[in-house]
Design a protein. Structure first.
Length: 322
């Protein structure tokens, strides 16, 4: 086999596995939040839904505030998850178009797949815990499955272990040939050692459940703290904006008051000067009216004296001439 063929087959197997894992996680999430949406898209068997349809349904669910995703995730994580979903199409297109990406491109797609898987599994845990959903039915099948094989639905537990690990174990169990026992085993009597083993296994299972519940509570507390920080940040940001608006309004009020006082002072000064001028004129006219007889008498006396002097000189000249 040539090196080019080996590189293509290896990369195609990895891309196909990533595509199948993302389809599996998307199917589990849709079974929790919107199983009717799968049927509305024409998939009577829910597991037949493909990755592009899963992305479309999840993006629609992210845009509706009253949906289950909007009730579990806050605004910013929901917006980031919605922007993250189209990256699934890159992996799916690489498989559908039989692309053979180089190592750099392959590493980039692997990082995107791991980020998407982490987000999908975390959201599945949160939604399942919030709405008290503990399991989802999933039918394991591969391209190598036999034609007349009986497809039995397996249970994917949403409370125990990583989801992709459960999928891998179920697929491994399906791939192994089922060997029927040739002889019927007789039930052995219970012994003290067997009871101890069962008791230890029971304690381990209970401890695992407690740890898982504690992990879920921790994740819920982290999201709650994140929401509280976001709420406090928005409140203080709005409060700072309102304070800045109040300061601006106060500055405008002070400047308007200064302008009002200045204009009012100018108007009052003009009015006072006008009043003073009119009062001076009135006082002068009143004084002239009161003193009119005096200066009229003085005027008449001056005219009389002048006339006397003029006529006196005239009479004296005439007497001298005679």
């Amino acid at each position: 086999m040539s090196s080019a063929a080996a590189v293509y087959i290896e990369s195609y197997k990895r891309l196909s596995e990533w595509n199948d894992e993302l389809e599996f996680l998307g199917f589990v999430l849709l079974e929790i939040i919107d199983p009717e949406g799968i049927e509305d898209r024409g998939f009577c068997w829910h597991q037949a839904v493909d990755l592009p349809t899963i992305v479309d349904i999840l993006q629609s669910a992210c845009s509706i505030p009253n949906e289950k995703l909007g009730k579990v995730l806050s605004k910013k994580p929901l917006k980031y998850f919605k922007a993250l979903l189209p990256q699934c199409r890159q992996i799916r297109n690489a498989v559908a178009h039989h692309q053979s990406p180089d190592n750099t491109r392959l590493r980039m797609l692997q990082e995107k797949k791991e980020n998407l898987s982490s987000w999908l599994q975390s959201i599945i845990r949160l939604v399942a815990s919030e709405f008290d959903i503990h399991e989802v039915k999933w039918c394991p099948y591969t391209a190598q499955s036999q034609t007349k094989a009986t497809y039995n639905a397996s249970t994917i537990s949403l409370d125990d272990g990583p989801l992709l690990l459960q999928r891998e174990k179920i697929l491994e169990s399906v791939k192994k040939p089922q060997i029927k026992p040739t002889s019927v085993k007789r039930k052995s009597k219970a012994t003290e050692e067997g009871r101890k083993r069962h008791w230890e296994a029971f304690k381990i299972a209970q401890r695992r459940k407690v740890e898982r519940r504690r992990e879920i509570d921790t994740q819920k507390d982290e999201y709650r703290r994140y929401k509280l920080q976001e709420l406090d940040g928005d409140y203080y940001q709005r409060r700072q904006l309102r304070l800045m608006q109040v300061d601006r309004i106060h500055h405008l009020i002070v400047s308007e008051e200064k302008e009002w006082r200045f204009q009012r002072t100018r108007y009052l000064e003009y009015e006072a000067s006008a009043v003073n001028f009119s009062s001076c004129i009135s006082f002068t006219l009143a004084l002239l009216a009161v003193s009119a007889p005096l200066w009229l008498g003085l005027f008449i006396r001056c005219v009389w004296k002048g006339a006397q002097e003029r006529f006196g000189r005239l009479f004296s000249i005439k007497e001298v001439s005679f």
